[in-house]
Design a protein around this ligand. Structure first.
Ligand SMILES: Cc1cc2nc3c(=O)[nH]c(=O)nc-3n(C[C@H](O)[C@H](O)[C@H](O)COP(=O)(O)OP(=O)(O)OC[C@H]3O[C@@H](n4cnc5c(N)ncnc54)[C@H](O)[C@@H]3O)c2cc1C
Length: 403
């Protein structure tokens, strides 16, 4: 009997999970074997990691057991770390085994890019995955406990320094301005003793965002006690804090978090793919150039917008749309049909600024602020839970509580 073609999906993030779900629907059980490989037995919501890092949500709300939403009877689930992809041999090396494939989907997400800033890798925390985010939460609380316990406490140990005032940095500061007062109450510390400082090299935070939205975000965070340092270049990160600007000012802090840049998973380079800024410049059908059977999705893919000549920004929204095109194209390959081109449908971008504040645009560019934006952000988050695991998952992990 002829064996079924094997589709191997690497990484169970937004792109990997949605590709798997879509393939399960599109393909009959006998048509192909589907294998999903992930480092952990859980999928985490990358777009909620700033909340995990600040400690404003129960961390377990941000992770979902993969087998709760993908049946192991239908998909072979392998919990292992990918070490290398060998495209010329259609082979993937895992930490504990090896796999061959007929079709490969690479959706291994992002890694932090420190742009070579001295000391950043050594001394800063990164909001990179579930574990690294949980560590930040624990570290911040430890600083509060230590401050209270220490007979000669140093007030700068309570300060939290955020490098990078982009989307992730600003969302994280939005959570911190809500979490810090809670910690101050818990540890009986005066709120005025705790500094939250965001440092951005560009002239404004949220570079590339609409000016009204940027002004709203800055004002909202400043009013709740955050310091926003714009046009401030980080020269170096040390154990004590950031050295910034031409006069080498030292900003001291007990917690240093770098959110200033991401790039594609370093396995892409290790596996010999041709890269643009750490990502694979994919063809319009999302395949890696030169490989008929390899799709690269999500934050690993450099997808050009033909109209603007610029790449689409790496977002969860784009990763999920990549998944739909990829599943259609694998189905097309199996049925000897023409492949479709990826077209991005921009549904807008909303940033949270804490639990009840936010700002952003939706669909036609309509701007949202405040509670409306915060509510819309929760709708977007919960919509994903619905798509992934239906009403059961929404009721278990959703942010909007129906009762
Ligand atoms: C704090 C934060 C907030 C964000 N907010 C938004 C937002 O509001 N809206 C939006 O659209 N986008 C947002 N983004 C961006 C968005 O999260 C990413 O673009 C999206 O997660 C990319 O999806 P992905 O599937 O490519 O990767 P990911 O979702 O990161 O998944 C990658 C998966 O691969 C696994 N993996 C990695 N390496 C290995 C390995 N070697 N072996 C096995 N498994 C591995 C990981 O464990 C993970 O499960 C945010 C990002 C961050 C960090």
């Amino acid at each position: 009997m002829e064996s079924k073609p094997r589709i191997v999906i690497l990484g169970a993030g937004y792109a990997g999970m949605m590709t798997t779900k879509k393939l399960m629907k599109k393909l009959g059980k006998e048509e192909a074997e589907i294998v999903l490989v992930n480092k952990h037995n859980y999928h985490y919501q990358t777009t909620w990691l700033h909340e995990v890092a600040a400690g404003t949500i129960n961390q377990n709300q941000a992770r979902i057991m993969i087998s709760d939403v993908i049946s192991p009877n239908r998909v072979r689930l392998i919990y292992d770390t990918v070490k290398e992809i060998i495209p010329d041999e259609s082979r993937v090396v895992l930490e504990n085994s090896e796999l061959t494939y007929d079709y490969l989907v690479v959706s291994l997400g992002f890694e932090t890019n420190t742009f070579g800033i001295k000391g950043m890798d050594e001394y800063a925390f990164f909001i990179e995955d579930f574990e690294s985010s949980r560590l930040i939460r624990e570290h911040i609380e430890y600083q509060f406990a230590k401050f209270k316990y220490d007979p000669n406490p140093d007030v700068t140990s309570l300060a939290i320094l955020v490098g990078g005032g982009g989307f992730t940095g600003i969302e994280f500061v939005g959570e911190l301005v809500e979490k810090v007062p809670q910690l101050c109450r818990k540890y009986d510390i005066d709120r005025g003793q705790v500094k939250i400082i965001a440092v951005e090299a560009a002239p404004t935070v949220l570079p590339g965002f609409d000016t009204d939205l940027v002004n709203y975000a800055r004002k909202s965070l400043q009013e709740r006690g955050a310091e926003i340092r714009e046009a401030t270049k980080i020269q170096e990160c040390t154990e004590e804090g950031f050295i910034v600007g031409d006069d080498n000012e030292l900003i001291k802090a007990g917690t240093i978090v770098w959110t200033g840049g991401v790039t594609g998973n370093s396995l892409l380079a290790k596996s010999g793919f041709e890269l643009t800024k750490g990502k694979v410049t994919v063809n319009q059908d999302l395949r890696a150039p030169g490989f008929e059977n390899i799709f690269i999705l999500g934050d690993c893919a450099w997808v050009m917008n033909k109209e603007t000549g610029r790449p689409y920004p790496p977002t969860g929204q784009a990763a999920m749309q990549h998944a739909a095109t990829c599943a259609n194209n694998i189905h097309a390959l199996l049925h000897h049909e023409p492949l479709e081109e990826f077209i991005f449908h921009d549904k807008g971008t909303v940033a949270s600024l804490g639990i009840t504040d936010g700002m952003g645009t939706i669909l036609s560019g309509t701007k949202l602020y405040g509670k409306t934006a915060a509510a819309m952000k929760k709708v977007v988050d919960d919509r994903y839970l619905f798509l992934l695991g239906g009403p059961k998952l929404f009721l278990k992990k959703g942010k909007i509580r129906p009762f």
